[in-house]
Design a protein around this ligand. Structure first.
Ligand code: NAD
Ligand code: DAU
Length: 341
């Protein structure tokens, strides 16, 4: 099978490309990525010479380019990871989220409609469900939870999901959607909570925790997410949505304290800063459909996963230092200058 993986130079897409290239030597993996600030070809070094791998730079929202690529490659499947993915950036500049996340998705769907496709898989997020209250630990997101978005990012992802379902129903495109909770693990761009805190703690710099640090996220190791997407792509039922998560809820403060303990750094590095506008309180996934129907089980719990991840950041300092010394530094000043004073 030939699979176009979009956004394969990013965090999860990159891990997914590694997973597919290694586990399916008989398949062809075409990695389509625009290389925005979040795309990093160094992430693909372990697979770049593999005979079943090819990288193509391009924009999923560029219709002429996407149709040209489909004409050339005639893929059997598309897995769409490409997106603007950072909530804080969507608050600063929503427009690019509409272009990439909504227009990019519909452009890919149009190409699938034009050229035919065996499967289109949309990588979505639990953020489309909005948030849950902190004092109702009995509540979880299921696939039937209504869409109720908070940020421009989640609104763009929910909108893309609706288009995927519309193209399935109206045009018969064989689609699936996965909605995963917060990922962490190797190759995570250091603007997101966990790699940001690891890299700053190692440099003995202040750790900006939004609000009181009481917001809860449901953490899943990226390899477990990749295994879930692979399972849904190959065995999921057409037209269905699958939630992905492993019941690993932690407050942000607990996550930061865990990192500090593991690195032997003091809690005095923590700095409580102005909260994120519209900050979702709690995410928590019920993965019963995925575990029951497709037999998916995560390999990592948060304790083993965060140990592996911290070790990876310690052993791959080159990878993230090169990001920090580039455009990211300027971005960091723009974003946190006003928060840290
Ligand atoms: P990321 O920001 O690390 O990577 C996004 C990739 O998409 C980058 O390589 C970037 O260059 C590429 N890209 C951006 N715009 C593009 C365009 N117009 N055309 C082609 N490529 C483009 O994101 P991530 O954290 O790896 O997330 C991947 C997907 O998974 C996203 O769709 C996101 O919504 C979803 N998701 C993420 C998480 C998480 O915790 N990170 C959880 C659930 C779902
Ligand atoms: O739930 C899935 C989503 O998880 C994905 O769809 C998104 O693409 C991904 O970015 C992530 O969104 P979050 O907003 O939850 O992730 P982030 O790492 O930005 O923040 C995690 C929590 O930590 C959130 O409650 C905000 C908080 N935070 C974040 C940063 C960057 C801080 O307290 N300080 C920070 O500096």
């Amino acid at each position: 099978m030939k699979i176009i993986v979009t956004g394969g130079a990013g965090f999860i897409g990159g891990n997914f490309v590694h997973y597919e290239v290694k586990n399916y030597p008989g398949d062809q993996i075409v990695n389509l990525d625009l290389l925005t600030y979040a795309g990093n070809l160094e992430t693909l070094k372990p697979v770049e010479d593999a005979p079943n791998y090819r990288f193509v730079r391009g924009d999923i929202a560029d219709r002429e380019f996407v149709f040209g690529l489909f004409e050339e490659e005639r893929p059997d499947a598309v897995v769409n990871f490409a997106a603007e993915s950072h909530v804080d950036r969507s608050i600063e500049d929503p427009g690019i989220f509409v272009r990439t996340n909504v227009m990019g998705t519909t452009t890919l769907l149009d190409a699938c409609k034009e050229y035919g496709i065996g499967r289109y898989h949309q990588v979505s997020t639990d953020e489309v469900y909005g948030d849950l209250p902190l004092d109702r630990k009995d509540l979880f997101f299921t696939e039937e939870t209504p869409l109720h978005t908070s940020s421009p990012y989640s609104a763009s992802k929910a909108s893309a999901d609706l288009f995927v379902q519309a193209y399935h129903r109206t045009f018969g495109i064989p689609t699936t959607i996965s909605r995963c909770s917060n990922n962490y693990g190797p190759y995570h761009f250091p603007e997101k909570l966990i790699p940001l805190m690891i890299s700053r703690a190692l440099a003995d710099r202040e750790l900006p925790v939004y609000g009181k640090g009481e917001n809860v996220r449901d953490w899943l190791h990226v390899e477990d997410h990749c295994a879930a997407v692979d399972l849904i792509l190959r065995h999921g039922k057409v037209g269905e949505i699958y939630n992905v998560g492993g019941h690993n809820e932690r407050t942000n403060l607990e996550v930061v304290q865990t990192i500090l303990r593991a690195l032997g750094k003091p809690e005095s590095l923590i700095r409580f800063v102005t909260d994120r506008p519209g900050h979702d309180l709690r995410y928590a996934i019920d993965p019963a459909k995925l575990t029951g129907e497709l037999g998916w089980k995560p390999r990592y719990d948060f304790d083993s996963g965060i140990r592996q991840t911290i070790r990876w950041y310690l052993e791959h300092e080159d990878w993230w230092q090169r990001i920090l010394s580039g455009e990211y530094s300027k971005y960091f000043d723009d974003m946190y200058g006003k928060r840290l004073g």
